[in-house]
Design a protein around this ligand. Structure first.
Ligand code: CAA
Length: 258
């Protein structure tokens, strides 16, 4: 992995861990940080030893949003011509391995949007989610108005986007934004456990399961169900399917080979 100045990377078993590490700015997502995160995502995605990627921050902040100081003097149409908030921000969407956001502390603005671009969110009990852009005279710009609305419904999303109100971890779980809430001290270990579970499964089934669920956000129901069926049928004859079903019939644990 290349040297980075604003993220830390490590592996734990099959988990590739990217820790956003810009404490002085509560992990505000400046250009350097998002570029480094994109590089690390691509490197872990290409590494056959890695089954899932975890994106996390510090105890105080997952990420407090796009870097307001970097944005302050930007003007349209330069923002548009430079395709501001596109390429490196959205790298997480092109990764084929599951990406788990492990969120403690603030996940605000672009930080909340980054978490929502991941495949699932595990939240520490200290997590706070919000889209406070309205307080800056702007609106969410990395998918917040769309993904938050799909995750928690119109009324709650509208209140958060219109007023900037933050949501606690508990409320986020109730609303369906996060998969689970865990004690802050156990957050990373819990995320690694999820990665280990995924790492012990059949890799083609994992990749297709991710593709199928994510398609639910892009396709009309009929198309989504068709895609699911094609992927499902395509798994028959794979080593994973043969091993998984043989193990069930023989009453033993399956031993998937990745
Ligand atoms: N951009 C740049 N710097 C930031 C930042 C951000 N988004 N968030 C925090 N910081 C910096 C602060 O400026 C401060 O730096 P200095 O010490 O140099 O002044 C440092 O991080 C610590 O922050 P605070 O002193 O404010 O810490 P706090 O504990 O009092 O408050 C907070 C924490 C409530 C998260 C507060 O920092 C805050 O409101 N941050 C901004 C949140 C926000 O508006 N995010 C949306 C950004 S816009 C966006 O994301 C657009 C998009 O959709 C893509």
């Amino acid at each position: 992995m290349a040297e980075h100045s604003m993220i830390l990377t490590e592996t734990q078993g099959p988990a590739g861990i990217i820790r956003l590490n810009r404490p002085a700015a509560l992990n505000a997502l400046c250009n350097t940080l998002t570029r480094e995160m994109a590089e690390a995502l691509r490197a872990f995605d290409a590494d056959p030893a890695i089954a899932a990627i975890i994106v996390t921050g510090s105890e105080k902040a997952f990420a407090a949003g796009a870097d307001i100081k970097e944005m302050q003097h930007l003007r349209h149409p330069d923002t548009y011509m430079a395709d501001f908030i596109a390429e490196s921000w959205e790298a997480v969407l092109t990764v084929r391995k599951p990406v788990i956001a492990a969120v403690a502390g603030f996940a605000l603005g672009g930080g909340c949007e980054l978490a929502m671009m991941c495949d699932m969110i595990l939240a520490a009990d200290t997590a706070k989610f919000g889209q406070p852009e309205i307080n800056l005279g702007i609106i969410p710009g990395a998918g917040g108005s769309q993904r938050l609305t799909r995750a928690i419904g119109k009324s709650k999303a509208m209140e958060m986007v219109l007023t900037g109100r933050m949501m606690s971890a508990e409320e986020a779980e109730r609303a369906g934004l996060v998969a689970r809430v865990v004690p802050a001290a156990e957050l990373l270990a819990e995320a690694v456990k999820v990665a280990e579970k995924i790492g012990a499964l059949s890799a083609p089934a994992v990749a297709m399961a991710k593709e199928a669920v994510n398609a639910a956000f892009e396709l009309p129901l009929r198309e989504g169900v068709r895609l699911e069926r094609r992927l499902f049928l395509g798994l028959f004859g794979t080593e994973g399917q043969q091993e998984g079903m043989a193990a069930f019939v023989e009453k033993r644990k399956p031993a998937f080979r990745g």
